[in-house]
Design a protein around this ligand. Structure first.
Ligand SMILES: Cc1cc2nc3c(=O)[nH]c(=O)nc-3n(C[C@H](O)[C@H](O)[C@H](O)COP(=O)(O)OP(=O)(O)OC[C@H]3O[C@@H](n4cnc5c(N)ncnc54)[C@H](O)[C@@H]3O)c2cc1C
Length: 328
């Protein structure tokens, strides 16, 4: 029986979706390790402890609340030190966190402090005896790498949306923890620029409508916005061709050098399906592609394909989605 520590990600005093997914992955590991406990580290500014119950709902047996003004922003050094200290003290089998922008930064810092192995961007986990097997996509999602990790603790960062957050209510006993101050040079966040208002973050959205150069002109991107609006709560993404041309901000770019996403539904509009774009979205659950070239590589990964001109197909699709969602 071995316990698992989950570092629950917060932003602006709220838990992020990836926090619940990490708790779900941690629960799976603990259950497969003979029924261990899941302890969730909930670090944030004063008042963050009020969110403990949410983590319990997703399977945390214990929530360690660390409230500190330092954690009002992402304080990587102090958060890594706090998580590592807790991991050492609790003799956990694994430390689990999300492979989000924060997690990419935090995971290696925690692993270095613990002198522990790390598997990043994990999409599947299994336990056999003393060994944890972690799978993660490699070479722009062309191969699936299988890693076996032994010893304890190991650090695992899970790909956003790879583990569907599942409600498994637990007691969620609350313990108060202490922040470990950062030592040495630290990065201080002085400003955070919010992305598009009113839309979910690309990493959290269950539907993403993404546009490529096939839209022909910056102003035609409004077709993408309109389709996203018709779905209700969809995010908008883009290819690098589009962001390089300045039609959309770089933050919207999906792919090898952009965001990596795995929504329930990914609608690729006027996107060829270059390998570097696929690297960011091919793990989406359902992919719909619209392209006038029936040989476009995007159709090789698409579950549904529409061959046609985006300027005609997208308005018709938007109207059909609106009709289907009437009354929602
Ligand atoms: C190191 C490196 C990293 C990269 N990283 C990324 C990355 O992170 N993300 C990324 O996206 N790219 C990345 N790229 C660029 C990538 O190789 C492609 O150039 C890019 O993805 C192409 O974008 P696109 O599909 O919008 O454009 P195109 O490849 O030009 O495709 C446009 C598509 O639209 C279709 N089309 C044209 N007109 C219409 C119409 N009227 N109706 C319907 N369909 C139409 C065409 O048939 C075509 O398939 C990277 C490249 C390199 C070298």
């Amino acid at each position: 029986m071995a316990n698992v520590l989950v570092v629950a990600e917060t932003r602006n005093g709220e838990l992020r979706k990836v926090a619940f997914e990490a708790v779900t992955a941690g629960r799976k590991l603990a259950d497969a390790s003979g029924g261990g406990e899941v302890h969730a580290l909930l670090a944030g500014p004063a008042g963050i402890g009020g969110k403990a119950e949410q983590l319990a709902r997703y399977g945390a047996d214990v929530v360690i609340v660390v409230e500190s003004a330092d954690f009002a922003q992402f304080a990587r050094e102090s958060l890594a030190a706090t998580a590592a200290d807790r991991a050492r003290a609790g003799r956990y089998r694994a430390v689990v966190l999300g492979f989000s922008s924060q997690g990419r930064d935090l995971g290696p810092r925690i692993a270095a402090r613990l002198d522990a192995p790390i598997a990043a961007d994990v999409t599947e986990l299994a336990v056999t005896g003393d060994t944890i097997t972690a799978k993660h996509p490699g070479y722009a999602n062309k191969v699936i790498v299988t890693l076996t990790l032994s010893g304890a603790p190991v650090v695992l960062s899970v790909r956003p949306s790879a583990f569907t957050a599942a409600e498994t209510p637990k007691a969620g006993r609350v313990e108060q923890g202490q922040a470990t101050p950062a030592s040495g040079p630290t990065v201080r966040v002085t400003e955070v620029k919010e992305g598009a208002k009113g839309r979910p973050d690309l990493g959290e959205a269950s539907i993403i409508v993404s546009g490529g150069r096939g839209l022909k002109a910056r102003e035609n991107f409004k077709l993408i916005e309109e389709l996203a609006d018709a779905f209700g709560n969809a995010a908008v993404g883009a290819t690098r061709a589009v962001t390089d041309d300045g039609w959309r901000p770089h933050a919207d770019q999906i792919g090898q050098t952009g965001r990596q996403v795995s929504p329930q539904l990914y609608v690729a509009v006027g996107i060829s399906g270059a390998i570097q774009h696929l690297a960011g979205m091919r793990t989406s659950k359902t992919i719909v592609a619209i392209n006038k070239d029936k040989e476009a590589p995007i159709f090789k990964v698409a579950d549904y394909g529409i061959v046609g001109d985006v300027l005609e197909v997208v308005p018709a699709l938007t109207a059909a989605v609106k009709e289907a969602r009437k009354g929602h």
